[in-house]
Design a protein around this ligand. Sequence first.
Ligand code: CTP
Length: 400
Amino acid sequence: MFKGKTVILGVTGGIAVYKAVELLRLLVKAGAQVHVIMTKAACEFVTPLTFQTLSGNPVHTELFNLITEQEIGHISLADRADLCIIAPATANVIGKLANGIADDLLTTTMMATKAPVLIAPAMNVNMYENSIYQENEARLQRHGYLFAAPVSGFLACGWEGKGKLQEPALILEEAARALTPQDMAGLSVLVTAGPTREAIDPVRYISNHSSGKMGYAIARAARLRGAAVTLVSGPSALTPPVGVELVEVESAAQMLAAVLERSAGADIIVKAAAVADYRVAEPAGQKMKKKSDELQLSLVKNADILAELGRLKGKGQVLVGFAAETENLQANAALKLAAKNLDMIVANDVSAAGAGFNVDTNIVRILWRDGRCEELPLLTKEMIASGILDRVLLFRASGS
Ligand code: CTP
């Protein structure tokens, strides 16, 4: 996403400047070409040399640098940018931008650029809550400026409250979103992910090897493309994607309830969860003791959540299922597609190398309701996630 992109990182004066160093490192690691502009005040906190060394590019501080600039500095930087980020952004720089003041290299460049501008404020809580600041922020938002909201915590000034610079990793995620075409804006997407756990007794359960990686990748990709995303997830060790509504569940019954509560309003539902087909008929109330040499568990069938969604499917709603198979991939997936009234099914042979549970890659075949079938090569789950969403959007556009 950042490969080949030119990012201008504007750094203004505040104690959080050290976190901008970390953000720069993350941007460079992600493949961006970063040009740093520092205000005079920022140079009081960290020297330009730090940013210059990490970015591999000269740091810009002067509006008029007659010795090194052949072009008009602020205009050439502004034109080159795919994205501008100001982190940390003081109340002062936000006030200037909101009121069209361009009196240094950073504010001049920000006014001259056509690239999206992402602002990560950091300031004292009382400054942040000041109505003048809030008006300035709202004004910039109305003009299309993006914000990575500050978080609450202990502030360097001694106060506690909202005003701490957002974590660099989260600013990076917002930057990724700013660089992504918002072709899913206005759409509501419901994704399920991970395994379910069916209790045997208070300490044991039946589950499967699903890690949640595929579903989490789909939820993240949809959110980066502008959708409002709800992720209903079984137990997973993964960090939830930024900006999605996470609903944590354990059992298939809980997943069914959570999904049905939210399905009616969804434009697109992607059911990537590996739902347990059976649950223990009567889970023990206390830990079971190992009294006999053999133990028989009686299992009863869980509701098929996806089939239920297929029955309830609203007009224009796109329903995508997954099929985890170890044999007869295409035939079995086609049967599920028809039986569950899906628009599309993503079939994967979970026994193939590089595919299925707990790995970062997958090999999938996509089957449509009209009989089309497409085989994708071995790809990362991120790439498969975008591939699935691309096809869902095409399917919606075709009005099928
Ligand atoms: N699914 C579901 N609820 C279930 C079982 C499966 O919603 N109780 C969904 C899965 O999320 C997936 C699709 O149905 O999108 C297919 O799941 P899969 O495990 O491949 O197949 P099953 O329908 O369970 O059939 P079988 O186990 O016989 O292969």
